[in-house]
Design a binder for this molecule. Structure first.
Ligand SMILES: [Zn+2]
Length: 102
């Protein structure tokens, strides 16, 4: 008796375009998430435990309708501020970090 072929559940994910404030619209594959914006860095760094560094680097507190994050455009190497809705993936705003001219 031949068993039915397993169903494949492949869902196509639409490629998203993100806007680098310096280069314009580019494929999301050219970008990398850096960190939440405004997240306080553990200080003093030398006295911070590995557990605290792990929480700072890998746990994200801000999820929701409008979060502010720091992203880097890998092609030009510039870090910038990205505001987005993490539920819908909608990009709300992209801007240079304070003190950086575009
Ligand atoms: Zn760029």
């Amino acid at each position: 008796m031949k068993l039915p072929a397993p169903e494949l559940h492949i869902r196509a994910v639409e490629m998203q375009l993100l806007k680098c404030p310096f280069c314009g619209l580019r494929s999301e594959t050219e970008f990398h998430f850096a960190t939440e914006a405004g997240k306080p860095r553990p200080e003093p760094a030398d006295d911070t435990s590995a557990e605290k560094w792990n929480e700072y680097l890998h746990l994200q507190n801000a999820l929701g309708d409008e979060v502010s994050e720091i992203w880097v455009h890998l092609t030009c190497g510039e870090f910038f501020l990205l505001k987005r809705n993490t539920r819908t993936r909608e990009v709300l705003d992209c801007s240079a970090l304070p003190g950086r001219d575009t």
